[in-house]
Write a protein that binds this ligand. Sequence first.
Ligand SMILES: [Zn+2]
Length: 494
Amino acid sequence: MRAASYARRSDSKGKKHDERSVEEQDALNLRAAQSNHWDLPPTRMYRDNDLSASRYSTKERPDWLALEKELNSGQLDVLLIWETSRAWRKLSEWVLLVDTCRDNKVLIHVTSHGRTYDPTQRRDRKTLIEEGVDSEDETEKTSERVKRAMEANRQQGRPHSRPPYGYAIEVDPTNHRAKIRVPVPELAPIVHEIIRRVARSEPVSAIAKDLNLRGIDSPSVAQGLKPHPRSQGKPQWSPAMVRKICTNEAYIGKRGLVDATWPPIVEDEGFEELFWKANNLIKDPERKTTKPGRAKYLLAFLGRCGVCNEYLTRMGGREGPDRYKCYAATGCVTIRMDWVDAAIGEAICNRLAKGDVLEQLTTRDNKDLYAELEELRADHQTALDLRSRKKLSLLALSQEEERILPRIEEIEKALRPVTLPQCIEDLTKDAQGNLQIIRTRWNRLDIPAKKDVVRTLIESIRILKTTVPGQHKTDEQIDNMLKARVKVKWVNEQ
Ligand SMILES: [Zn+2]
């Protein structure tokens, strides 16, 4: 009989009493093969050292892939493994292996059991697969233990990793054995600047570019980290780094929503508010922010065609003033860009001058959501408890989680503090409803900031088909045409 063996080790540290090294597994498998008179040449002894096969591990295991190929070649009669749980902690992979053996009529010899299973036999297959379920459960338990420890740390607001950019670890002056996280005086203003600029709707790519132009060290350089071996030149700021800073609650001295043991990156009264603005802009991009650096036209991919509901885009390839056009191939509607943009700007300024708009946007009744969240969390905990007492199958647990977890995420998102983009507050601050002041400020905004204002205040803009073709020459004619064709629906409009 032609045999192959597969040996691997889950972890190089924390060796369990019954765990065998790869060499030991090889030796034991070889001895088993010899006593059964199976042909096991060194070329068919596959091994993966020091790589975790757990479903929480994403590393590739090269020999496992080679073995899979060998099994499918139809050249094997028996596969020797030391034991099931050490080798295949991922249930789906284990099942795949058992079934690959079944389909190719390969026996599975588990050396630690001293038994050979025939996966084409229903009972043997069942035994093997149940083994796999148990070992997957073991990994789940390990990973749960790690998660619980981290969660406990998190709830007490203790740090659990390297401090983020802008902080350093220092010895606590009041207790020389303890270490504390403190803001680095040279870096804290950079973090502050980034958060402030994102809150003002500056595109993250523009911010990253500017930091690089000014020669400010990127986080990995500032923290003295080793550059990636394949990276060329000094690591630069990227839009992703800017985004990461604006979504890291560590900078307002929090872990999750709990107060942390370290201070905010800057001691500034409005800083937390500013952080949430930036955070919301980054995390809720489809509602309020504009793709960084792309926005050139106010209503492109924002306003819609009143005929087919497609987005508007700029009409290309023609002389004369720019026009918006329906993005559909049919191009149902077109309209002059400068006229619509001016009309929308004017409508927004008028609305902001009225004043009560902002309040309308930020008031929200969250009582029901909080109640629902509590309930879902309790449900989840119950399911976990039942599972840990083996009263719930893995499958049932995962079905419960599929129901519960996405909804929890949705609610948590909805419960994040409501903030308006900074640019809206900048438009109205101290203007006391003076339309002229607001208008001047609006005209100074760049397109991405204007788009954020539009998205926050307006639910939809639709451009209807022209009904009265002909010349629009006087202001009155233009006004009437726009009034008839541009339909604006405000957010929270009664
Ligand atoms: Zn259309």
